[in-house]
Design a protein around this ligand. Structure first.
Ligand code: SF4
Ligand code: SF4
Length: 183
């Protein structure tokens, strides 16, 4: 494995562990008015194209290489091509409005295929009502606001800034990418 890839995998792993630790601390705050309702298998927010930093993309890609069967890798490529064709030339706003028809490439039978290595944006989901997420999804009212804690954005922003900054310092690509493009 190249020096840079190894370094990027270490960066992502540390950043994602830091994210989990901070999310756990946040979820356990006694002052939290309502508990978080997010859990594995709840997937209305997975009808989206999450944005990832390059180290997160490498981390997920490495996991795919190591653990997906040939059949699963081929199916993934088909999904990626379909998403790229549908989103080609579209602005981020337009893509967000099409989210009903754009499930994440790793969503399969309502479950995340890369849950252990999912990116920071997915680890910082923080809704207090899965029912509310469901009703927004089913009504296709994609401009409606989720019932989320704004403070969690700081956790996501901090880990993203750190990963992007380290990429820049290493002289590597540092732009955010949609997960389908990145993989
Ligand atoms: S953000 Fe909503 S849809 Fe996503 S895991 Fe949390 S409760 Fe479920
Ligand atoms: S990476 Fe997993 S958790 Fe994140 S949007 Fe995709 S399927 Fe959902």
């Amino acid at each position: 494995m190249s020096y840079f890839k190894n370094k990027a995998l270490g960066l992502a792993s540390t950043g994602l562990r830091w994210t989990d630790n901070n999310m756990e601390r946040f979820a356990n705050l006694e002052s939290l008015p309502e508990p978080l309702n997010c859990r594995q298998g709840c997937h209305y927010c997975c009808y989206n194209q999450p944005m990832v930093t390059p180290p997160e993309a490498l981390f997920i890609g490495h996991h795919v290489e190591q653990t997906f069967s040939d059949k699963d890798q081929k199916e993934l490529i088909v999904k990626i091509k379909k998403i790229l064709k549908t989103t080609n030339g579209k602005k981020p706003d337009e893509i967000a409005m099409m989210r009903h028809d754009l499930p994440c490439i790793f969503l399969q039978d309502g479950m995340c295929m890369v849950y252990k290595v999912r990116p920071a944006v997915c680890r910082t989901c923080c809704s207090t009502s899965a029912d509310h997420c469901k009703s927004i999804f089913e009504s296709r009212n994609h401009r409606a606001r989720l019932r989320c804690y704004e403070q969690v954005r700081e956790i996501l922003k901090t880990v993203h800034l750190h990963l992007v900054d380290r990429c820049r310092k290493m002289g590597c690509q540092s732009d955010f990418l949609y997960i389908a493009e990145a993989i």
